[in-house]
Design a protein around this ligand. Structure first.
Ligand SMILES: NC(=O)c1ccc[n+]([C@@H]2O[C@H](COP(=O)([O-])OP(=O)(O)OC[C@H]3O[C@@H](n4cnc5c(N)ncnc54)[C@H](OP(=O)(O)O)[C@@H]3O)[C@@H](O)[C@H]2O)c1
Length: 353
């Protein structure tokens, strides 16, 4: 019998779900128990994701109604959700209930936005909808693994892609007190950030060879970054965020600017980041400026800094689907099971994508 922990992915037919499948295919400690999708139930994984055909020769997607049959009672379970926000929480609540009835020891990591706020009213104010499982909020935390040494809950809400890059860039600066607590962040994301279903604003002819801002100073990720930064730094942070659509498929690049509280040198700022992430295997403080091709398809975040003495700039680049979603979720899942956080995640970026 395998000693690997069974893993189930809700939303397995989507872009993040596909990346979770790819990471599980190479993971030494987890094995796929069920790839859950109603729309492609019965199809092989290779039918939907051609690039994964050889990794999962016979596995088929299973419907929501059937996945529990693939998990033994009294077993362990790593449950990933890559369902849309607004739907994920209720699906997770039903899964946790079912696991409790079968004495299955489950840890959940949710890639959706449903567990990104500790308080129901904060989530409902941002998402303008009723929360799907408020009874579970105190059983989840939302944080980046780099900013939370110890946690005392069983489940995690992953912060998401723009928030991962923005929060990794923001927290050391706010903690250092080298700048004021207003941070101005300009971010650019690739088209996979919008998921697999095309819409008028995300369709290839619109995004390809194009570049534009959207929801300037009004995006839902700004309050999420502010909450994460405040929890990690202990200081109230004002996040002014302008997202952009970039003409590429994968990757996120953010540029943060903040006003120095007194004249500061680049060396001072760099030392703050090097110290903050000295023990973080997935965060590198690079010379020059971060480049998407150095991180895309990996779980790495590259950060660099600059200053003219008065204004501080911090740049960060990640892969939205890996460090910003599936890889970040896997990093947390490793920790929840007491595994090295790098387990299954240490492949470098391919460089040419
Ligand atoms: N794309 C990114 O870069 C990124 C980054 C960070 C976080 N996220 C978050 O991760 C989640 C997945 O994103 P994605 O880009 O992979 O989206 P996607 O490509 O649209 O895939 C969404 C998946 O959710 C499933 N789904 C749809 N409605 C559902 C429901 N009511 N209950 C359960 N499952 C349902 C779909 O599966 P079936 O319809 O086949 O069942 C589909 O496989 C989202 O919450 C997103 O906000 C995405």
């Amino acid at each position: 019998m395998s000693s690997r922990i069974p893993a189930v992915i809700i939303g397995a037919s989507g872009y993040v779900g596909g990346e979770l499948l790819r990471l599980i295919a190479g993971h030494p400690n987890f094995e796929l128990a069920a790839a859950v999708s109603d729309s492609v139930a019965g199809k092989t994984i290779g039918d939907v994701f051609g690039h994964l055909a050889t990794a999962f020769l016979k596995d088929t997607f299973v419907a929501h109604s059937d996945w529990l049959d693939q998990v033994d009672t009294d077993s362990d379970l790593a449950l990933f959700s890559a369902a849309p926000h607004g739907a994920s929480a209720a699906v997770i609540a039903a899964a946790i209930d079912a696991c409790e009835q079968r004495n299955i020891n489950v840890h959940v990591v949710d890639s959706s936005a449903d567990f990104r706020f500790a308080r129901q009213e904060d989530w409902e104010a941002v998402y303008k909808a009723q929360h799907g499982a408020p009874q579970l909020l105190d059983r989840f935390i939302c944080a980046l693994p780099e900013h939370a040494d110890n946690i005392d809950v069983a489940h995690v809400g992953h912060p998401g892609c723009f928030a991962t890059a923005s929060t990794l860039a923001t927290v050391p600066l706010i903690t250092s007190r080298l700048t004021e607590t207003d941070v101005f962040i300009s971010g650019v994301t690739g088209s996979t950030g919008s998921g697999k279903s095309p819409s008028a604003g995300t369709h290839h002819p619109v995004r390809n060879s194009n570049f534009y801002a959207y929801k300037p100073l009004a995006h839902r990720h700004a309050p999420e970054v502010a909450a994460l930064a405040e929890t990690a730094s202990g200081r109230k942070t004002n996040v002014h965020f302008v997202p952009h659509s970039g003409p590429f498929a994968r990757g996120i690049h953010v540029t943060l600017q903040a006003k120095a509280t007194k004249p500061v040198t680049e060396e001072q700022v760099r030392k703050v980041y090097e110290a903050a992430y000295a023990d973080a295997p997935f965060v590198q403080i690079v010379s020059g400026t971060p480049r998407l091709k150095d991180v895309v398809a990996s779980n790495q975040c590259h950060i660099s800094v600059a200053t003219d003495g008065d204004t501080v700039v911090v740049m960060a680049a990640i892969d939205n689907l890996v460090k910003g979603a599936a890889g970040g979720a896997m990093q947390w899942m490793n920790r929840l099971w007491g595994l090295p956080q790098t387990s299954g995640l240490d492949a470098p970026a391919p460089g040419w994508t």
